[in-house]
Design a protein around this ligand. Structure first.
Ligand code: ZN
Length: 450
């Protein structure tokens, strides 16, 4: 095998370099640091001069002057979505963190507002280009090339996921947009052979697989590749294997963070976790989820990722706590990329504690997935109020296929498996298929119910 064959999808015989931005994506960690540090040396004084929000916070933290080396970035305070929101409110519509004149804002996205009122994200012309560039590295890494045809269910509405359309256009592939939730049009598009690649949430891909399994259906036309995003799942073995087997495809996953870049991590066909694709534009730190102390990004490390824009013009963020808890899988990869690879374990917000042990709902999904085909693979934890501790037995709802919600044997088997694997007692409630919404766009892993 030539290096170019590694890192491309099975059956892809094109002779294109599978790495979009070889200089950045294959450089040594030392070179990556030098590149980032040079950008930061421009970005820090820019923030001090232009960002009312950050210059004030930095001064409050005792940092003055217009130089601070990237090595010393941990001297700066963290920032979170909850802190950036008041910055918008104090000088609407763009807030006190807008670093360009309003006339230079050329694109505005809104966040979905799952936590409070919607917030705006402003981009300059250069920011739009940067997002496209990072996103192109990301999607190209999954194996999408100019000869691919891609059916995307990521909407073009107010949300940042719509930026994917610029990315597909940059890659030069065929793009077949379908509105989120329009299952009929997705099935039509795939069965009629319009696309060989599907971009969707893992919930939707599971739904398609379940649907096909039930109907003894024919494969989905030319479909060979599904790229999942929007929520974890594509990296959970039980979910991934099921989708791959039933639909006969390769599953890779991507991830982004609205405030940072909508596509920032992309998994290559080696399927060993998502590569960081933001080199030169975004600086990433790993911190302990509880103490927030810095951690080394090395294989096996589990922590929360923290992001700093190195080049963002309009609304840059510094040491932004993204809320995703990840496990570092490694760095150098057979595909040739040297950037670190990771998988998401769960959202900090979804985490709960049972008798002193942190639990992420994705771990429950991994156990539940083993019970296919009797279950759909979807499950959620029922919480009572905002209390992060749950006393066992932990209430969990699990969707079953065929509607046999009275299967006491299945219920007991799942409870046993959870106890054995995750070491806490669960109280399982079987619920009919589609209880969590038909096509499962962004299935909530925990719900509050008093
Ligand atoms: Zn790789």
């Amino acid at each position: 095998m030539t290096p170019h064959e590694l890192g491309r999808l099975a059956g892809d015989a094109c002779d294109r370099d599978p790495i979009w931005d070889r200089d950045v994506e294959t450089e040594t960690p030392e070179a990556a640091f030098v590149r980032a540090a040079a950008a930061w040396d421009e970005q820090f004084p820019y923030l001090m001069e232009r960002s009312g929000f950050y210059s004030r916070r930095f001064r409050e933290a005792g940092v003055t002057g217009d130089r601070l080396s990237l090595k010393d970035i941990a001297r700066l305070p963290f920032s979170s979505k909850a802190e950036l929101k008041p910055a918008i409110d104090e000088a609407p519509p763009f807030g006190s963190n807008l670093c360009v004149t309003p006339g230079r804002v050329k694109r505005v996205y809104q966040t979905s507002g799952t936590t409070g009122a919607p917030s705006v994200l402003a981009l300059s012309k250069a920011d739009i280009e940067t997002w496209t560039q990072i996103g192109t590295r990301t999607y190209f890494a999954t194996g999408i090339h100019d000869h691919s045809s891609v059916l995307t269910t990521f909407g073009a509405g107010p949300f940042v996921a719509g930026h994917t359309h610029f990315v597909l256009s940059r890659v030069g592939c065929r793009s077949v947009p379908v509105a989120p939730g329009d299952t009929d049009r997705v099935v039509f598009g795939l069965k009629s052979g319009l696309a060989d690649t599907l971009l969707s949430t893992p919930s939707f891909a599971q739904y398609l697989a379940n649907k096909l399994e039930k109907s003894d259906g024919k494969p989905m036309g030319q479909l060979t590749h599904i790229v999942t995003g929007g929520e974890p799942g594509g990296g959970i073995p039980a979910i991934r294997d099921h989708i791959q087997q039933v639909l006969g495809v390769t599953v890779t996953e991507v991830m982004g963070i609205g405030d940072i870049a909508p596509s920032l991590f992309g998994e290559c066909p080696q399927q060993q976790g998502m590569h960081f694709c933001g080199g030169g534009h975004v600086w990433v730190e790993l911190v302990d989820p509880d103490s927030r102390e810095p951690m080394v990004i090395e294989p096996g490390a589990v922590g929360e990722l923290v992001y700093t824009h190195l080049t963002r013009e309009a609304m840059p963020v510094v040491r932004f706590l993204g809320g995703d808890i990840v496990r570092i899988e490694g760095s150098a990869c057979e595909c040739g990329r040297t950037t670190f690879r990771m998988r998401v374990i769960g959202r900090r917000d979804d985490m709960f504690i049972v008798r002193g042990v942190n639990v992420y709902p994705s771990a429950i999904l991994a156990v539940v997935g083993e019970f296919r085909p009797r279950v759909t693979g979807r499950a959620r934890v029922i919480r009572n109020g905002a209390d992060v501790s749950i006393m066992p037995p932990v209430p969990i709802e699990i969707e079953v296929k065929g509607g046999d919600v009275g299967d006491a044997r299945l219920k007991a088997d799942i409870e046993d498996a959870i106890h054995r694997t995750l070491v806490f007692r669960a109280k399982v409630d079987l619920v009919p298929e589609q209880s969590f919404g038909e096509s499962g766009y962004k299935t909530r892993l925990t719900v509050n119910r008093p």
